[in-house]
Design a protein around this ligand. Sequence first.
Ligand SMILES: [Zn+2]
Ligand SMILES: [Zn+2]
Length: 249
Amino acid sequence: MSRSDPLEPYLASVRQQGIFLRNPLPPGPGICRVCFTGIRPDYSRCYQCNQHRQAGANAADLVVPVSYAIQNEQHAFNLVMYKSSRPTASAKAALTALILVFLRKHRICLSTAIAPAQFTHYAVVPSTRARPGTHPLQALIDGSMTLPPINARANDCYPADDRDFHPDRFVVEDLPPEANILLLDDTWTTGARVQSLSHALKDAGANKVAAVVLGRWVNPSWPDSQALISHLRRSTTFDLSRCVVGRPA
Ligand SMILES: [Zn+2]
Ligand SMILES: [Zn+2]
């Protein structure tokens, strides 16, 4: 990045966050092939990703967590704080830096992964809670995206805390034909919201959907998290030039 690069101020923040960010582990024994959470070694998908598959979800072609978000660690704290009723400036600044630098560094490998398609639009998974105004993640990236947005809204017949995949959980507005969507969300817990919106986008005619999430939530008290967490605690420093698509930036 050049000296005049508008992302330059964010790089120092991302370097500082490296002490608590954790690169997703490659899919393989013990890691879900869709969402990269810890699973029993004889499975290939976690329970939730398997549920989405069995429910017939027209799922995202690609799920790209930037980092694990281990409950009670700083990244998880930032992901909760930035959209709380009293968001901290430091959480917002950290996540703005992380999403913008990640998207810049991995723009080419994300595009290559959906090739020969190219991204035509981006979308932010809408809030399922009654939250006035702009979605907090949208607010972080406003003015920084070069793709036009696609708007979607939550179907209010489902309660905000519904954790299941539903093909009609979201309503997509005005999707041009053959759109290829870069779908952004802050936190992947069950993945139901991302996969419900992926399904709605494809139902509305989207060609490809690639989801980037800032944090793949890890609950240390889940038995399947134990091996993952002990591996992460032994592993090397966070490297933002790595992503799950596998192509170094
Ligand atoms: Zn999974
Ligand atoms: Zn990459």
